[in-house]
Ligand binder design. Structure first.
Ligand code: C2O
Length: 549
């Protein structure tokens, strides 16, 4: 591989959407931010310079960061944030990954506007396991707030209720013609007939899982989270925040007398308020410049039909179609034996309001979220430094519960006590521990699907189901042959998902719900993986310019 240099200047930039102009946090004055393009095996040196008056930190979502945890980016986990006027060079190498990932701010809600694609091409001379596409097009979904997203979340945390919903969904930063005052801000994909396009889809939205479809065109899924999958055809995709997927779109063999909408709209399982609006982009067949047809005529417009907002059976069927390629060239290295079993109950809960006040959560409480009833309290210094220097005292405790302290009927009716506890608790794993983790949705404040994202690893999704996980009957059905390998998985609403991974990457790794509001409420925890014995099994030393708190 080669070394590629990028520079990210983080600064304010004026953007107008929905007839509303505001100053947003941007990278190099671009929205969405710049595209990073690299090949598998390349080293990236990305210098991030903070010109803001507040802190920033950038995460390279899905990049494995083998031994290079200092470059992972979540603020107060692997680094202190980059302060005003300071800079930090993220230094990492892409190992064993090709496909699409993305980068985003990883502090507070700044990722609302600070995000962009990471395109990872195969090594030079290595073909895709499918026919070479004519063109490749990143398509990034986001959420636009007319208000300042930082104000939206800080107000919600102060009041204890849910945050205001966004005003639009976007494709490559553009809400499209179904919103008021937005027709000129429409993503257009101009295509030729008889060609294959590779769409690199990214869900960078803050709080919504999305359905996506292109009218009258079938999509062939070839890759998820930068891992090849067994190709399958579908009219509609479900993509959660934190997930990325590559799909092939074959255009019609000849010029159709129509244009086609591509649309995305949320999949909703919880009780909270949400925006059920639709972002639309346009697939337009471009005529050659010398064409006879070039007289402008109005073509009929076809719109896709998306599943119902709460179509969980679509979500289940879609998840069941996902399989690793599991070929000789791209094997699925599923851990066959397990050293440590974990069972995490994930879901919403409440915490007490400040004295003499009433909050907007259930019964005057504050909304909260937890894993095994622990709502993660962010430290004020970075966990990775504390771990590396052996200074965990007062920063974190290694007693994160492997199982719920008091088991209950997770998918039953609401228990009397909805209160969570707070703590900065971690799980400590010896190097190369083979982990099996069952994540169970709880219905304490209503069942809801949670896209759980693990930093530093890919994992295999070996099982999923509805109701309470039952080891007696469910273990026997695990797929240990060709399960999908990924970094973000939806814990199904009212159900569970089981994953396996090998803890072969020393460092401190955050795991959290990629619905940003749930992360803000504490639905996160961290794994510490200890160094192995060999020199190439140890975390690299911290870079000299690592920010200080
Ligand atoms: Cu894309 Cu910790 O997140």
């Amino acid at each position: 591989g080669i070394t590629r240099h990028y520079k990210f200047d983080i600064k304010l930039h004026n953007v107008t959407r929905l007839c509303h102009t505001k100053s947003i946090v941007s990278v190099n004055g671009q929205f969405p931010g710049p595209r990073i393009v690299a090949r598998e095996g390349d080293q990236l040196l990305i210098k991030v310079v903070n010109h803001l008056s507040n802190n920033i930190s950038i995460h390279w979502h899905g990049i494995r960061q083998l031994r290079s945890g200092w470059a992972d980016g979540p603020a107060y986990v692997t680094q202190c944030p980059i302060q005003t006027g300071q800079s930090y060079v993220y230094n990492f190498t892409i190992v064993g990954q090709r496909g699409t990932l993305f980068w985003h701010a990883h502090i507070s809600w700044l990722r609302a506007t600070v995000y962009g694609p990471i395109v990872i091409l195969p090594k030079r001379g290595v073909p895709y396991p499918f026919a070479k596409p004519y063109k490749e097009v990143p398509i990034t979904f986001g959420e636009w707030f007319n208000a300042d997203p930082e104000a939206v979340i800080s107000q919600a945390l102060r009041r204890g209720g849910g945050p205001n919903v966004s005003d639009a969904y976007t494709i490559n930063g553009l809400p499209g013609p179904l919103y008021n005052c937005s027709a000129k801000d429409t993503f257009k994909l101009k295509v030729r007939p008889g060609k294959t396009y590779l769409l690199r889809l990214i869900n960078a939205a803050l709080n919504n899982e999305l359905f996506f479809s292109v009218a009258n065109h079938t999509l062939t899924v070839v890759d998820f989270d930068a891992i090849y999958v067994k190709p399958f055809e579908t009219e509609t995709l479900l993509i959660t925040p934190g997930q990325t997927t590559n799909v092939l779109l074959k255009t019609k063999p000849s010029y159709p007398s129509a244009t086609f909408f591509m649309t995305a709209r949320p999949y909703v399982t919880g009780q909270g308020t949400f925006d059920n609006s639709t972002v639309a982009g346009i697939l337009e067949y471009e005529l050659p410049p010398d064409s006879f047809h070039s007289s402008i005529k109005m073509l009929p417009l076809f719109k896709p039909i998306l599943p119902a907002l709460n179509d969980t059976s679509f979500a289940t069927n879609f998840a069941n179609k996902l399989r690793s390629l599991a070929s000789a060239q791209y094997p699925a290295n599923v851990p066959q034996k397990v050293d440590k079993h974990f069972f995490f109950a994930v879901g919403l809960g409440t915490s007490p309001c400040q004295q003499n006040r009433t909050c907007q959560g259930p019964n005057g409480t504050k909304m909260a979220a937890s894993v095994n009833n622990v709502s993660f309290a962010m430290p004020t210094t970075a966990l990775l430094q504390a771990h590396f220097l052996g200074q965990s005292n007062g920063v974190y405790t290694p007693d994160f519960p492997s199982n719920p302290i008091i088991p209950f009927n997770y998918t039953g009716t609401t228990p009397n006590n909805t209160m969570v506890s707070n703590g900065t608790k971690v799980v400590v794993l010896p190097f190369n521990t083979s982990v099996e983790l069952v994540m169970q949705d709880t219905s304490i404040l209503g069942a809801e699907s949670h896209p759980l994202h693990l930093h530093g690893f890919n994992f295999f999704v070996v099982g999923q189901g509805f109701g309470n996980f039952d080891p007696k009957k469910d273990l026997a059905n695990f797929n240990l042959v060709d399960p999908i390998e990924r970094n973000t998985v939806g814990v199904p609403s009212g159900g569970w998902v089981a994953i396996r991974f090998l803890a072969d990457n020393p460092g401190v790794w955050l795991m959290h719900c990629h619905l940003e509001v749930h992360t803000s409420w504490g639905l996160k925890m961290a794994w510490i993986v200890l160094d192995g014995k060999l020199p190439n099994q140890k975390l690299l030393p911290p870079p000299a310019d690592l920010p200080k708190c």
